[in-house]
Design a binder for this molecule. Structure first.
Ligand code: PLP
Length: 413
């Protein structure tokens, strides 16, 4: 079979370096954030599924998948970040007490009067912008969303349906972010971005703290099901905010025996992988179109804060061909026996596609040895989106798009 991946152990991994501040992801802090999210009427924990037959097929002890397609009716996890961050921005503007905040307070007439008309702006491949547009409409405010070149029209329509003004730019994701930051400055709009840069750190951190609620749910769900803690968590990375918040939460929960964190990215946008393979671990940026079917992971510049965390917390990093993501969607969409069926879109399914490859190929067997993945492993994956581009999802699962498993060298520049 043609080569599908490149990978590296992370030489910069350290257990708990003294200068790594994980306090924003302490369970008590995250519990308070969760209380705020719970005060929104649409909040519901997303389910976890133990895929017993697939675990047996892959010769691992168990495989848990959390299905984020059911989050707030938005078909992806991103709303947890937007809701907390935007709720907090608005609360602070209105002078409300954040720790005891509830969503309904934000809708009170005197709060709305104090706030006046606000405009939120954001760059997105689809899911983050959909979350921002949804929260803006829930708050009775405006949003302007910009999508990079090549973005899916159905993802654009889903954002428009939430009342946002949406445009596709002629540049990549990272350039689109910069454009939005400039427009926000010029027009006094509020930029809600899921990545940080010098002088813009607070909102991205709140977004990441919102994501960690998902990790807190997971932790409790595993406990409630009396499942032992995972040995490995495979996390997909775009700018890395999602992976860093889940990794930080689980490290706080298991400071002595934290699960091995395995990062996975598309080969066309593998900025973490490339950074981990530099001699000194500096952050690498990738330019160009970053063309991959994993739209949510098509980011060439890591969030520097997330990078700092993951440089310390990740054990290994994978750079994968699109065909492994397509494989993951097909595996989850066509379960073995009575395993639960999970509809997982391109950025949601890559951890499962990677795991499947690692457990079913000769090349994978060697890598599994190096990562201590064996018949005792308890592996956790998060399907971060459903079929956010439904017709493309069908092209993959029904028509077999990207099943040709092209040579990795054809994809990686
Ligand atoms: C479905 C999905 N999964 C994962 C990610 C990765 O999140 P991050 O960019 O924080 O690494 C994204 C980002 O947009 C996404 O949309």
């Amino acid at each position: 079979m043609a080569k599908q991946l490149r990978w590296t152990l992370n030489r910069f991994h350290s257990k708990r370096p003294a200068d790594l501040n994980l306090s924003p992801f302490q369970p008590q802090t995250v519990d308070r954030i969760r209380e705020f999210l719970q005060s929104h009427p649409a909040y519901q924990e997303t389910p976890i599924h133990s895929l017993k037959h697939l675990a047996k097929h892959l010769n691992i002890h168990n495989l848990i998948v959390k299905d984020e397609s059911l989050r707030f009716g938005l078909n992806a996890f991103k709303g947890v970040g937007g809701l907390y961050a935007m709720g907090r921005v608005v609360a602070e503007r209105a002078g409300l007490d954040v720790p005891s905040l509830s969503f309904s307070q934000l809708l009170e007439p005197e709060v709305q009067k104090k706030l006046g008309e606000l405009t939120f702006i954001s760059a997105t491949d689809g899911n983050h912008g959909r979350g921002v547009a949804w929260v803006a409409s829930e708050l009775g405010q405006k949003s302007k969303i910009f999508m990079p070149k090549g973005s899916s029209i159905s993802r654009l329509s889903a954002i428009q349906e939430l009342g946002a003004e949406v445009q596709i730019t002629d540049t990549n994701y990272d350039e689109t972010v910069r454009m939005c930051a400039d427009m926000a400055k010029e027009n006094d709009w509020i930029i809600v971005q899921d990545t940080s840069w010098t002088g813009y750190e607070e909102i991205p951190l709140w977004i990441m703290q919102g994501y960690s609620v998902l990790a807190a749910e997971l932790f409790e769900q595993l406990q409630a099901a009396q499942m032992a803690s995972p040995t490995h968590i495979i996390l997909q990375a775009g700018v890395g905010s999602f992976a860093a918040s889940v990794a930080a939460y689980f490290t706080n929960r298991f400071p002595e025996h934290s699960p091995r964190i395995i990062l996975v990215e598309p080969g066309a946008a593998d900025c973490f992988f490339r950074s981990f393979t530099t001699h000194d671990g500096h952050m690498e940026e990738i330019k160009g179109d970053l063309a991959t079917i994993m739209a949510g992971l098509s980011c060439g510049v890591p969030n520097p804060y997330a990078y700092r965390l993951l440089k310390n917390l990740a054990h290994a990093s994978f750079s994968c061909a699109d065909s492994l993501s397509a494989l993951g969607s097909r595996v989850l969409g066509n379960p073995l026996s009575d395993d639960h069926r999970i509809i997982s879109g391109e950025s949601g399914s890559i951890p499962i596609g990677l795991l499947y490859y690692l457990r079913t190929t000769e090349e994978g067997a060697e890598i599994c040895k190096a990562l201590s993945i064996d018949d005792q492993s308890r592996i956790l994956c998060i399907s971060t989106e459903g079929d956010t581009d439904p017709s493309f999802y069908r092209d993959i699962v029904w028509k077999g798009y990207h099943s040709n498993l092209p040579a990795y060298s054809e994809i990686i520049k």
